[in-house]
Design a protein around this ligand. Structure first.
Ligand code: SF4
Length: 363
């Protein structure tokens, strides 16, 4: 029976994914694709990758772009720290490595946003060096193939998986093998309903041979997902929307967002502080009055929930149509943008959803 790696290499040639735009394209495209593919599927990544590489065709072009330009290209892909780290890493490559992407594993590990598995994937695919990858899909494949009990989220289990990943490395064709492992995890040894009948390593697979495919990998202990509330304020003046730029840290760091508050009362206090009410009192139409701010609950987008990796955010949007633009907000990291322009800027997905919703025809 062929070894695990030999079987995968043969399988990949006929059944693996070929023609992906970053394959055989050099270290920069491989690196970019590896970062984009973290937490994101190939079909989603491809159009983002193509736009990104068209705008920033070289590491030098990426390094000299502004963070805002980079994040605008990342907008909608989520996990924005990836985009910020990619940008910082490109600047480091230019400053410390003369613009040449490093080819040593340790040098790659030293760059922001590059962990052990990503460094290994770049070394294997761009430089044909024998390093083992262990992303989420590969953990699942190896937990099943090797019959490893325990959640891969547990350090000792993960360490064991790393040792197995290294022990299974081939003597040759490391790039093909690495791609095969990724392809197998994505298309064959899937989380649910794996295609064991088509699997090239079925004969050696511990999970298959012992009827434990559905049990492995062992699930992690589930903790309740924290839930948070936020009021997002859509302050409109004609077609202009008021946006605020987030600081560099946090889940939406560096992105243009809507002013965010714990609740509607806090939002209204802020509006008053920013001089959005000429009569110093912000009245809700349901409470009567015809203030400078007209709040129109009937027009406001409906509340919705956005799910992040570690928490759920229940978003209550509040739409305000202003008669005049207040002056104060222009000095506090806020900016007015035409809604269409805002949709092309670096904005997170829930904000994109809200802005698209208030334009006629959703455009
Ligand atoms: Fe995965 Fe099934 Fe192949 Fe085992 S036989 S590696 S469970 S696809």
């Amino acid at each position: 029976m062929p070894s695990f790696s030999s079987a995968l290499i043969v399988w990949q040639r006929d059944h693996g994914r070929h023609g992906l735009p970053w394959q055989s394209a050099g270290p920069y495209p491989v690196w970019l694709s590896e970062i984009m593919l973290q937490q994101t599927q190939v079909a989603t990544v491809i159009p983002y990758y193509q736009r990104f590489i068209a705008s920033f065709p070289t590491i030098a072009a990426l390094a000299s772009a502004s963070e805002e330009q980079v994040l605008a290209h990342w907008s909608g892909l989520g996990y924005y720290a990836r985009g910020r780290n990619l940008h910082r890493a490109a600047q480091i490559v230019v400053d410390r490595h003369g613009g040449e992407f490093p080819c040593q594993y340790e040098q790659l590990l030293a760059l922001p946003g590059i962990g052990r598995s990503t460094a290994a994937a770049i070394c294997a695919q761009a430089y044909h060096q024998p390093y083992a990858i262990l992303d989420g899909n590969v953990k699942r494949v190896l937990a099943r193939y090797c019959g490893i009990n325990g959640s891969p989220a547990i350090k000792s289990v993960e360490d064991l998986l790393w040792r197995q990943a290294e022990a299974l490395l081939p003597q040759h064709d490391i790039a093909v093998y690495t791609q095969a492992l990724m392809d197998m995890g994505a298309t064959l040894c899937t989380r649910s309903k794996p295609l064991c009948g088509s699997c090239p390593v079925q004969g050696d697979c511990a999970a298959f041979q012992t009827g434990r495919v559905a049990e492995l990998p062992s699930p992690r202990q589930r903790r309740a997902v924290p839930e948070r509330q936020a009021t997002l304020l859509l302050v409109m003046h004609g077609r202009d929307i008021l946006l605020e730029k987030r600081g560099p840290a946090g889940i939406w760091g560096g992105l243009w967002c809507l002013p965010q508050f714990d609740d509607e009362a806090a939002a209204l206090v802020w509006c008053a502080q920013q001089g959005m009410a000429t009569d110093k009192v912000i009245r809700h139409p349901r409470a009567g009055g015809d203030p400078a701010i007209s709040i129109k609950p009937c027009e406001a987008p409906i509340p919705f929930t956005h799910t992040f990796t570690h928490f759920k955010l229940h978003i209550a949007p509040m739409l305000l149509n202003l008669a005049d633009k207040p002056l104060q907000v222009q000095q506090t990291g806020h900016a007015w943008m035409d809604v269409s322009d805002a949709l092309s800027a670096a904005i997170p997905t829930p904000v994109r959803k809200l802005l698209a919703g208030i334009l006629p025809g959703g455009q």
